[in-house]
Design a protein around this ligand. Structure first.
Ligand SMILES: Cc1cc2nc3c(=O)[nH]c(=O)nc-3n(C[C@H](O)[C@H](O)[C@H](O)COP(=O)(O)OP(=O)(O)OC[C@H]3O[C@@H](n4cnc5c(N)ncnc54)[C@H](O)[C@@H]3O)c2cc1C
Length: 399
């Protein structure tokens, strides 16, 4: 079997490697990564402040331990800056590496908002363990109780807000939408989350954006688009991630919002695969970026089988997004974008739980959300997805 090289040592890269080793103990496996190759669970990054966990505690295995476990060569601190598809090599500052088959798992980059002001460059974002360590050290400088302004009340912004409030920091959450989680949740659940975050002591500045960030005597001064201003110690951006396409585009692989892959995870080049936050998967009815753990695990299993000669399609199943906001734990299955204008949300509250179902014009349930969420309710809703069974909620789900 041809030697396999993986670019990236995040959950996507390491999961392919693990799945591969379950199927083949002997193939030569090389992992090249720009970071230090330590293994950690990224979802922990927005849930670890309230538990006061330093970065070192989130690291579960070092690159050396991973190399032993995977029987792989792991090249750390080596950013791949080119893929030579004729010579089958990847190029790094540390030299060229040959590949037989290549897997790209380079993740995504935080989106940088264009903000004016002499402190606009002070905005932090947390997408890696190293970012988390930097952010924690900034918080430590202003203990106890730093003032943190978070840009973006989406999934990650709300999780950080709840977690930081749980660690006794004074949080302000800023978002141009009128409600938190506006892009993912039914309005009834967004209202519920807004109330819970407010009760947690978080200040919500909704319907506006940060226009300027300047240095001030007391730290940083944020001026919002509505011309109001306030002082903060730290600004954290959580406005989203963009798949990292630089390598793929330089190698002339087909890209859209992400690196385009077919049903097996193969890019437009034979012998090159992609998965994780950098990929744009082929799904029923089109293509989608899916920057979550469940799809990358499914993709990793399929790609590992394909790499070992058993061509396997990535069988992506609908998986609810679990929002890790302990003050109001949610599970969300947003309806497909194309269906939103032609459908409606039906919300019901009972037994201290709110369940929202999204129906298309034919009465088919295409999405849902629930808070507080728990596995049993989540699974029941998932089972009704794509059917008209849930049209009469009092019969199917008496709450
Ligand atoms: C705070 C936070 C909380 C989250 N919570 C959840 C959750 O609860 N549930 C869920 O499903 N998802 C969650 N996610 C999303 C999930 O964590 C990601 O989808 C997943 O971790 C992405 O893994 P990845 O390996 O594709 O990318 P990354 O983890 O970004 O890994 C990319 C790797 O590629 C390396 N790399 C990049 N460029 C190069 C290069 N040119 N050369 C060499 N190496 C390179 C990097 O060093 C890194 O090792 C969360 C994300 C964040 C940020």
């Amino acid at each position: 079997m041809q030697a396999i090289t993986i670019i990236g040592a995040g959950l996507a890269g390491y999961t392919v490697a693990r799945e591969l080793r379950k199927l083949d103990k002997t193939v030569t496996l090389t992992i090249i990564t720009a970071d230090d190759g330590g293994f950690y669970s990224k979802p922990m990054l927005s849930n670890a402040f309230a538990q006061n966990k330093p970065a070192a505690q989130l690291l579960t295995q070092t690159a050396g331990q991973m190399a032993t476990q995977l029987d792989a060569k792991i090249v750390t601190g080596a950013r791949v800056n080119g893929i030579d598809r004729v010579r089958n090599t990847v190029n790094t500052g540390a030299g060229h590496f040959e590949y037989g088959k290549l897997v790209i798992a380079v993740g995504a980059q935080p989106i940088r908002l264009a903000i004016d002001g002499d402190a606009a460059d002070q905005v932090l974002s947390v997408n890696h363990l190293h970012d988390y360590a930097v952010f924690r050290s900034r918080l430590d400088l202003t203990q106890p109780g730093a003032r943190v302004a978070i840009l973006g009340a989406g999934l990650i912004g709300c999780e950080f807000a709840d977690d930081l409030a749980g660690a006794n920091h004074a949080v302000t959450l800023i978002d141009p939408n009128p409600l938190p989680l506006a892009a993912l949740a039914a309005p009834a659940l967004s209202h519920g989350l807004q109330a819970a975050l407010t009760a947690r002591g978080i200040a919500l500045r909704l319907g506006t954006t940060a226009a300027r960030i300047d240095r001030s005597a007391g730290g940083l001064r944020i001026t919002l688009a509505d011309n109001s201003a306030f002082e903060t110690d730290i600004v954290l951006s959580a406005v989203g991630l963009r798949p990292d396409l630089a390598l793929a585009q330089a190698a002339q692989l087909q890209t859209g919002r992400g690196i385009m892959v077919d049903a097996t995870g193969q890019t437009s080049a034979p012998d090159i695969y992609a998965l994780g936050d950098c990929a744009e998967y082929t799904v029923e009815g089109g293509t989608r970026i899916l920057p979550y753990i469940a799809p990358l695990m499914t993709a990793a299993r399929a790609i590992a089988r394909t790499l070992t000669g058993q061509t396997t399609a990535i069988d992506l199943k609908p998986a609810p997004i679990i929002v890790k906001t302990p003050c109001y734990p949610l599970a969300l299955m947003p309806p497909p974008l194309h269906a939103i204008d032609a459908g409606h949300w039906h919300s019901e509250t009972g037994n201290e739980r709110t369940i929202c179902r999204f129906y298309d014009s034919q009465g088919i349930m295409l999405g849902f959300g629930v808070a507080p969420q728990e596995a049993g309710v989540r699974q029941a809703l998932l089972a009704s997805l794509g059917t008209a069974d849930a049209m009469k909620p009092q019969q199917t789900n008496p709450i």
